[in-house]
Design a protein around this ligand. Structure first.
Ligand SMILES: [Zn+2]
Length: 443
């Protein structure tokens, strides 16, 4: 039996069903699970003092392309719209291989961990030169984050009227076969699971209608979740109307891509009927505010989605379109962006934090994560609010208004991953150096 007691947090933001914020409270984690939350708890195991700190559930990232940490701030892609941006980057990505996937995942996962993230999905949809989903899963094991990799895919290359170069697309038979391989090899459906695999054709404009449909059938047969990009910007809507004769929501529904086992990235351009469809079917949304700003895609109607009952989580999106991967900063951006569009009362700091924690966990089908409650997993972020960023704050629990952007400590499944602002699990400095060597070689 292994116990960790996190003791005496100034503010414990539980995100439990009552959304309690407790002063001076403790959390007891036993064998990876939270077994008690309250005052004056004791243990014979490890004690971590959290005085001077705000303690929250670990944040949850619902959309990323970890491999893109190798292509941040690429000059020709800095100011392009989505489709032009993709066409600039595809040739660079086609030179990646297994080591690029592994190292970029190490770096991207560490960046997330240092910003409070304990559970992240990833959407890997290109597999050049022998790269495999396995490369990112190996990196996640080393870094120590709870991982939800999705086996992405592109099957319609330029010669078939698609966007990606032919060298980056695969046959649909090979895609489905590899989905089955990685699910059978790595998917763990247990509550304590550190790895759940999903199925994720890249987008309606890079795979066929048949693959969308077959992927959904496969995912449901295997009991895994499904993910793709949807309704990201005006070009995306125009493509759907001209190629499929309908809006993205209708296209998704016709192919089985709605339901509580589905989440779509972006959804910036969902209209009222699509929001109602998502609410009714409990289809999830990964809201990616920085990426939407960076690519000029627009402001996702998150206020309307939440009011209608659509499950919404937060995503940093790939580092080619953010270019940062700081999840708590992303939560602040989500709050600010709704306010720009809908007024200062459109989203509170606490609601944005809720989207970033239990909201994301629910979108990923992990209701045992993203909250601090008895029976939930021991995924905890500890934020030191005694420093300069919070000095003078009247309400340190409102972390997104005046809080640090990196954690002091981070626990995943009761295991410490970050201590005093540094990765404990592996040599991040070495990984960053290797990442820079790889990035330079691609230029
Ligand atoms: Zn994306």
């Amino acid at each position: 039996m292994t116990e960790v007691l996190i003791r005496g947090a100034d503010h414990l933001v539980t995100m439990d069903d009552a959304r309690r914020v407790l002063a001076g409270a403790d959390i007891l984690i036993r064998d990876g699970m939270i077994v008690d939350v309250g005052h004056g708890l004791t243990t014979t195991g490890e004690v971590v003092l959290a005085t001077g700190c705000v303690v929250t559930p670990g944040l949850v990232n619902t959309h990323h392309h970890l491999y893109q940490t190798l292509t941040r701030a690429v000059p020709a892609a800095q100011d392009a719209l989505l489709f032009g941006w993709l066409q600039t980057l595809y040739p660079i990505w086609s030179r990646f291989g297994p080591e690029h996937m592994f190292v970029s995942a190490q770096v991207g996962l560490s960046e997330l961990a240092l910003s409070g993230c304990t559970l992240t999905s990833d959407h890997l949809y290109l597999f050049p030169n022998g790269a495999r989903l396995d490369d990112t899963i190996e990196a996640a094991r080393e870094v120590g984050l709870r991982f939800q990799p999705t086996r992405g895919a592109m099957s319609i290359g330029v010669s078939d009227g698609g966007l990606p170069p032919d060298a980056l697309v695969e046959t649909e038979a090979a895609i489905l076969e590899d989905c089955i391989r990685v699910i059978d090899a790595f998917h763990d459906g247990a509550a304590s699971s550190m790895c759940r695999v999903g199925v994720a054709p890249c987008s309606p404009f890079s795979v066929s209608r048949e693959l969308m449909r077959d992927a959904a059938i496969l995912a449901r047969d295997k009991g895994v979740m499904m993910h793709t990009h949807l309704a990201e910007n005006d070009e995306d809507i125009a493509y759907s109307l001209s190629q499929f004769g309908c809006r993205p929501g209708e296209y998704a529904e016709s192919l089985g891509w709605v339901g509580p086992d589905v989440w779509h990235a972006h959804c910036v351009k969902l209209d009222a009927s699509e929001i109602a469809l998502f609410a009714q079917t409990k289809t999830g949304v990964a809201h990616c505010p920085c990426s939407n700003c960076r690519l000029g895609s627009g402001i996702a109607p998150v206020r309307a989605m939440r009011d209608a009952g659509v499950p919404v989580g937060l995503g940093v999106d790939g580092s080619a379109s953010n270019d940062a991967g700081n999840l708590v900063a992303e939560a602040r951006q989500a709050m600010l962006l709704q306010r720009v569009a809908f007024g200062a009362d459109a989203m509170s700091a606490m609601e944005a934090l809720e989207i970033a924690t239990r909201g994301g966990a629910d979108v990923l089908g992990r209701p045992e994560c993203g909250r601090i409650a008895i029976g939930a997993r021991g995924d905890i972020a500890i934020w030191d609010v005694s420093g300069v960023t919070s000095a003078g704050s009247w309400d340190p629990a409102a972390l997104l208004l005046a809080g640090p952007t990196t954690v002091r400590d981070l626990f995943v499944e009761g295991r410490q991953v970050v201590r005093d602002g540094h990765m404990l699990t592996f040599d991040l400095t070495k990984a960053v150096q290797r990442q820079n060597v790889l990035a330079r070689a691609l230029q």
